[in-house]
Ligand binder design. Structure first.
Ligand SMILES: N[C@@H](CCC(=O)N[C@@H](CS(=O)(=O)O)C(=O)NCC(=O)O)C(=O)O
Length: 217
């Protein structure tokens, strides 16, 4: 059964695509153009009532929230493709811890930088330099904690490349490639080495080959 991924090459759908590629699961992308508002169409809202992407459909099973989708496939196909959840309950606990850290501490400031640096003009509101400054400062504090962790551990959950590392790929890609904030990664030796390691894996390269998100000019 080919998994339908509604979204396209936006960041959160890419989080799911990276996991599907790693798990060698066939998928098809059903493009939902955010700039045309297709994610707010009544038909789409029947799939995802909050009006966001991604959503997956796997037969008659529908799921949204990118991190929940990743966990679902990492569990469902535990013995297929790359191990993403660790081998012991203690390792799984650390994977879950860093997945939560990514969602609750890393993602919010990066998302605000994406909105105010990349999307503001396309969405028709003024970019707010104060929000950019505050978000960068908040993200810097988070990355300092990552730097300390990664000085002791090759990856976030331990010596294995897990779902927690993968969850960081799309928005770290924005940080490095689109936001002009690459220095926030490069100024931190262990974070920089970690980024080079996780972003040079075949699965992420394959996701990027699907297309790079084009922000409307
Ligand atoms: N928590 C959700 C967030 C999804 C999300 O923010 N999607 C964005 C696209 S992206 O910025 O993540 O690529 C979206 O649909 N934005 C449109 C909107 O919020 O109206 C998830 O992880 O799936």
């Amino acid at each position: 059964m080919v998994v339908k991924v509604y979204g396209s090459i936006d960041a959160s759908p890419q989080r799911v695509l990276a996991c599907l590629v790693e798990k060698e699961i066939d998928f098809e992308i059903i493009r939902i153009d955010l700039f045309k508002g297709e994610h707010k169409d009544p038909e789409f809202l029947k799939l995802e009532p909050f009006g966001q992407v991604p959503v997956i459909q796997d037969g008659d099973y529908t799921l949204y929230e990118s991190r929940a989708i990743m966990r679902y496939y990492a569990e469902k196909f535990k013995s297929q493709g790359t191990e993403l959840l660790g081998k012991t309950v203690e390792e799984r606990g650390l994977v879950e811890q860093w997945l939560e850290v990514e969602a609750l501490r890393f993602h919010p400031p990066v998302y605000k930088l994406v909105v105010h640096i990349l999307l503001a003009s396309a969405l028709g509101f003024p970019s707010d330099p104060k929000i950019i400054q505050e978000s960068e400062a908040k993200l810097g504090k988070v990355l300092d904690i990552y730097e300390e962790r990664l000085s002791k551990s090759k990856y976030l959950a331990g010596d294995f490349f897990s779902l927690a590392d993968r969850s960081h790929l799309p928005f770290s890609q924005h940080l490095v490639a689109d936001l002009g904030k690459e220095h926030m990664i490069r100024d931190r030796k262990h974070v920089s080495a970690w980024w080079d390691d996780i972003s040079n894996g075949p699965s992420w390269k394959k996701v990027l080959q699907l297309g790079v998100f084009e922000f409307p000019k």
